[in-house]
Design a protein around this ligand. Structure first.
Ligand code: BG6
Length: 487
């Protein structure tokens, strides 16, 4: 296991109060993530108190945590690490009320014997978030505490404003960490490194050189047990107003004055303030055939399981440059791609038939997969007589660094940051409210949902939306296989 460098962990031992402790996200990501942080030495002394509607005890929670690790932890679970972790787990059923929760937290803090801090993690549906916040208030677990909130942060502008004001009755804004796990992904942070640690691209990162941008996150997954949540949410609220717009902000923002939370939030929020309202005519909503007959779905459901849209950032850097966003369930491939298409040169000197421009413009492509990749495509001469041109590419894969083992999973990274009080990769109330504001016309007059076949790339009208350009996916040329030695 990698050695934890000094200063990377939190200053004080942490007591985590995990609401929704037996839910889907806790099983898939949070418990495995906390186990990794604990066993790798990032959070010495950490205590975890599970809270949920299930009437189980601490041993029941330990069993649930162990089966979550067996199913979803993608490294080996070492027996002594598990024993140490299991000893740090406790559980309070939500029905036991604030006094029981307070008693469990006090006991955990006392057992640490040193100064500690609280991290409340609300992994619960929006309808349950405020009652958890009230319970924390009544249990007087607000001081020396931070609270991590999961999306969706409201369903429209009015509900987001109302949610924020209710939250502020109990917690100060500085205590609230709104998580967007896409920003915790290593390759998302690499966008900041790529843009602002290099002199090469920033001079051409604007409307004079960039033709259009695609942020494309198709998923092959269906909805499984999440149908109830998704039926109320849909692809726009689940993915676009959250993850895709946050990634867009990293791509589009001006250089922040420092790698610190306030300057980064300020630049991201400026991007959101410059966004033009999303026009319903620039949106394709889709629903996969068969969705309406799934259990828990209204047979007349108008919920979109797919969305593609065009949006604009009306500022000096980006005016007139379309950003195309797409995501959906049960599509042909699972990918997370950002693709920057550069303007094409005049091709006058090359003879007809040479192939110049025949395979589209130069593209800079970021693959946000866990083992991320980047590529820059260009035309080069095909070896041999005459002047025939082929599309070639320079490629980098994170495997090439030899440091893949060091990567923290997105939730691990963000939990650790929240424990350290570092909000750089978290979203703000202002930014979220502005995103709901630009969404108002779309939410009030959504275009009808169009059916698409499972395993396709969405409804046919996605091609009209992007014309005269074309979607990058599916890729015409495969990525080069990375050097696996660093895995
Ligand atoms: C979640 C959405 O936030 O992100 C899911 O609710 C989606 O619908 C998931 O599948 C995608 O995240 P990742 O990290 O698997 O790409």
């Amino acid at each position: 296991m990698a050695k934890v460098p000094p200063g990377v962990g939190p200053q004080f031992p942490q007591v985590v109060v995990l609401f929704g402790a037996t839910g889907d996200l806790a099983k898939r990501k949070l418990l495995p993530g906390l186990f990794h942080l604990a066993s790798a030495g990032f959070i010495p002394g950490c205590r975890i108190i599970g809270v949920s509607l299930e009437d189980i005890d601490a041993d029941g929670f330990r069993e649930a945590a162990r089966s979550a690790l067996d199913a979803f932890f993608n490294r080996k679970v070492n027996a002594s690490d598990w024993e140490a972790f299991a000893a740090c787990l406790d559980y309070v059923p939500q029905s036991a009320g604030p006094a029981a929760l307070k008693a469990a937290v006090d006991a955990a803090r006392a057992s640490l014997g040193v100064e500690s801090r609280l991290l409340h993690y609300l992994s619960v549906p929006p309808s349950a978030a405020l009652s958890a916040v009230r319970m924390l208030g009544e249990a007087q677990l607000v001081e020396q505490a931070r609270i991590v909130m999961e999306k969706p942060f409201g369903v429209d502008l009015a509900s987001a404003v109302a949610l924020n004001s209710k939250l502020h009755e109990v917690f100060d804004e500085e205590q609230i960490f709104r998580i967007d796990h896409f920003l915790g992904k290593e390759p998302a942070q690499n966008i900041l490194a790529f843009r602002f640690a290099n002199g090469l691209f920033e001079p051409i990162w604007n409307r004079n050189f960039i033709d259009h941008i695609q942020i494309d996150v198709p998923e092959t997954l269906g909805l499984g047990k999440r149908v109830g949540f998704y039926e109320q949410t849909g692809a726009y609220r689940d993915m676009v107003v959250t993850h895709l717009f946050q990634i867009l902000a990293f791509i589009a923002m001006e250089p922040p004055t420092a790698l610190e939370p306030a300057p980064i939030s300020e630049e991201k929020n400026k991007v959101f303030r410059s966004m033009l309202p999303i026009q319903p005519a620039d949106v394709v909503r889709g629903q996969y055939s068969g969705y309406r007959s799934e259990e828990g779905v209204d047979p007349q459901s108008e919920t979109e399981t797919f969305i593609a849209l065009k949006c604009f950032i009306d500022n000096w850097r980006w005016a007139g440059v379309p950003f195309f966003l797409r995501t959906g369930k049960r599509l042909a491939e699972g990918q997370r791609i950002i693709s920057i298409a550069f303007r094409e040169p005049p091709k006058s000197m090359f003879p007809v038939g040479s192939g110049v421009g025949a395979q589209g413009p130069n593209h800079l492509t970021f693959d946000l997969a866990d083992a991320s990749k980047m590529s820059l495509s260009f035309y080069g001469k095909r070896p041999g007589p005459g002047m025939r041109l082929d599309k070639l590419s320079l490629q980098f894969a994170m495997h090439d660094t030899g440091l893949m083992g060091e990567v923290l999973e997105a939730y691990e990274r963000l939990i650790l940051d929240a424990m350290r009080g570092d909000r750089t990769l978290f979203t703000t109330a202002d930014g979220i409210e502005r995103l709901w504001q630009v969404s108002t016309q779309l939410l009030e007059s959504p275009p009808p949902v169009r059916l698409y076949e499972q395993g396709s790339w969405g409804p046919k009208s996605i091609h009209q939306l992007i014309a005269p350009h074309a979607w990058r996916l599916p890729f015409e040329r495969a990525w080069r296989a990375p050097n696996q030695s660093g895995a």
